[in-house]
Design a protein around this ligand. Structure first.
Ligand code: ZN
Length: 228
């Protein structure tokens, strides 16, 4: 079942709310606009999933932000104003151009594989030892902590990440076929914001893939990761 989920932290001043933002979708690539689906009979950007036929043990759920206004021929939302309904729920008003140069709306449709987890964060801030909390700089964490010598799987240094650089407007969850789960989100990302989508294997804990993306205020661009 679909339901609308909103975030209490999205309240902004009137002037900011009347800006119109470019909309991008990030999945395995970056695309302009976002696909509009039908949700409870109305157009909406929908994330997450409802199909609970996997064996993952995690519950998927979808979430949606309703869309009002005229879309292009492909039913994609390219530019949108963010509005609150009288009940305090969020909606997107489709527009013909963007006025804001300090952020974009991004629909992150991270995918899931057979088994594993994904997580969506800000950029990499360095590494931290899980045993003694010693920190260090990127590009990569040492296999053995230079302070305490921790080196096994559960205590060795790992990468640390900044918070997601913007406001989360909606969250949904997808699940792996076998074991695992991950997020999909709709967010307003600020200019200069860097975010990362990482995937790890459920049992080995090994990082399988990650993507870094940067917002220049009007666009989202995939950037080469300096870490793996
Ligand atoms: Zn240590």
């Amino acid at each position: 079942m679909f339901f609308v989920q909103t975030n209490a932290n999205t309240q902004k001043g009137d002037s900011a709310m009347s800006d119109t933002y470019r909309v991008f979708t990030v999945s395995n690539e970056v695309m302009e606009g976002a696909e509009v689906d039908i949700f409870e009979g109305f157009p909406a950007i929908v994330i997450g999933e409802d199909d609970d036929t996997s064996f993952s043990g995690y519950a998927p759920f979808s979430s949606a932000v309703p869309v009002e206004g005229i879309l292009d021929e492909q039913s994609r939302l390219l530019f949108a104003e963010i509005k609150k309904t009288r009940k305090g729920e969020m909606k997107f008003l489709a527009r013909h151009r963007a006025t804001a140069g300090d952020g974009v709306i991004v629909v992150i449709r991270a995918t899931m594989g057979y088994e594993g987890f994904n997580w969506i964060t800000g950029g990499c801030t360095g590494w931290q030892c899980r045993k003694c909390s010693t920190t260090g700089e990127i590009p990569c964490p040492p296999k053995t902590c230079p302070n305490c010598g921790a080196r096994n799987f559960w205590s060795s240094p790992v990468l640390s990440f900044a918070d997601f650089p913007g406001e989360i407007l909606a969250r949904g969850q997808i699940v792996s076929t076998l074991v695992g789960a991950g997020e999909q989100i709709i967010a307003l990302v600020q200019k200069g914001g860097v975010f990362r989508i990482g995937y790890i294997h459920s049992t080995s804990g090994e990082s399988r893939y990650c993507g870094y993306y940067v917002c220049d205020g009007t666009r989202i661009t995939a950037v080469p990761s300096h870490t793996k």
